[in-house]
Write a protein that binds this ligand. Structure first.
Ligand SMILES: Nc1nc2c(ncn2[C@@H]2O[C@H](COP(=O)(O)OP(=O)(O)OP(=O)(O)O)[C@@H](O)[C@H]2O)c(=O)[nH]1
Ligand SMILES: [Mg+2]
Length: 367
């Protein structure tokens, strides 16, 4: 699972990246050109509780990869800015499962906004427009090819091409009217027909307002204001002060606590942002527990027991017999697998069982 951090130049992308990954990539070189990649462990307090029961040798958290990308150049009459990104950057962007869109909301006289004023809604719209133009150009090119080539191939191929054309035309018309693809409510067949294009406005997005260190008290009002004007599907709006979070991340725990008290904040936004981006991806975690390891595994919401087995290892999916399943809450309340079984809370589930967040699974399989 990969999330691309996008945003206009100087919005704080790399600072957010450093915060999330506890990294030290260089910030502040206006209009950065480097690509940063980092892996983040998803915090999950259930693992600690399970570890108390199983006393495993290790604990393994689910992880998500974050990619920090430079802003695309602005589009003009005859060029689409996003398509001018270096090929490897564009590939990373298209390959990502979701976007984390960092928007500058901090004012800083020593680092003035190039537009002269700070206006989060304006900046948000500006980059969204770039991605809309990139998708539109792609849809147009493909539509031209489909209509220009006439109808070739077998009946099945012609039918597939017609279906693709209908979906692309709907996408094209939507984009022209300013509607991102994520708003179109495409059904599974339509999504599948266009999967190969990896459209940017189809990806779910978490808008992250990067607020100034003096504006934390007004954070909620700002989120509400921006969210009210951003009524898109598969989109969420949240805020953090990237600069403060980065500084907090560099402190020892007791120093961090003192600093937070000074700032008048009770919790770091970091865990919340990681958890939100995880949810945004439509991910839930199932858990495995034993004497060797206690582990959280990311899986798409709605996946089946055999899908879950395949996430652990393809052999487990191939030889799947059944999944011994207990809900995390039941297991923790009853204290052990044995007690869960006695209480009738340990279930044997088959291949098509839909795994729920927090299910503790043991997959039985034949080799
Ligand atoms: N005051 C303040 N400054 C910030 C904040 N976040 C980022 N900055 C500063 O803004 C400048 C740009 O931050 P970066 O994280 O490099 O922004 P970026 O989006 O990665 O920039 P490019 O990669 O150059 O497009 C740096 O000097 C940061 O220190 C913030 O919350 N408050
Ligand atoms: Mg940067």
């Amino acid at each position: 699972m990969q999330i691309a951090i996008v945003g206009l130049a100087g919005s704080g992308k790399t600072t957010v990246f450093n915060t999330l990954t506890r990294g030290h990539a260089e910030t502040g070189g206006y209009g950065g050109v480097t690509l940063n990649v980092g892996v983040v462990k998803v915090p999950d307090e259930r693992l600690g509780r399970l570890a108390e029961i199983f006393k495993p040798k290790k604990i393994v958290q689910a992880d998500v990869t974050y990619v920090d990308l430079p802003a695309p150049p602005a589009s003009s009459e005859d060029r689409v800015g996003t398509e001018e990104l270096p090929a490897d950057h564009l590939a990373r962007l298209r390959d990502s499962d979701a976007l984390l869109h960092v928007v500058r909301a901090f004012d800083d006289p020593s680092n003035p906004h190039p537009a002269g004023t700070v206006d989060a809604a304006r900046d948000l719209e500006e980059l969204d427009l770039e991605f809309t133009l990139a998708d539109l150009a792609m849809a147009e090119r493909r539509l031209e090819r489909l209509t220009g080539s006439g109808r070739h191939g077998s009946p099945a191929e012609r039918e597939a091409a017609e279906r693709e054309e209908v979906v692309l035309q709907a996408i094209h018309d939507g984009l022209e009217a300013g509607r991102p693809i994520r708003d179109l409510g495409l059904d599974d067949d339509a999504s599948k027909a266009i999967r190969g294009f990896r459209f940017l406005t189809e990806k779910p997005v978490l808008v992250l307002l990067n607020v100034g260190e003096g504006d934390l008290a007004d954070e909620r009002a700002l989120i509400d204001r921006v969210a009210a004007g951003y009524g898109h599907q598969h989109a969420m709006v949240d805020a953090l002060s990237a600069k403060i979070e980065m500084e907090l991340g560099e402190l020892e725990p007791d120093e961090a606590a003192a600093f937070m008290e000074e700032l008048g904040i009770t919790e770091s936004s970091l865990d919340r942002v990681i958890a939100l981006s995880y949810r945004l991806l439509g991910l839930v975690s199932f858990l495995t527990a034993g004497p060797d390891e206690v582990r959280a595994w990311p899986i798409a919401d709605g996946s089946t027991a055999v899908d879950a087995a395949g996430v652990i290892h393809t052999d487990l999916a191939r030889g799947f017999i059944r999944a011994e399943t207990v809900a995390y809450e039941d297991l923790v309340r009853l204290g052990s697998m044995g007690e869960a079984k006695k209480a009738g809370r340990l279930r044997s589930e088959g291949k098509t069982y839909r795994v729920k967040d927090g299910d503790v699974l043991e997959i039985l399989f034949s080799r």
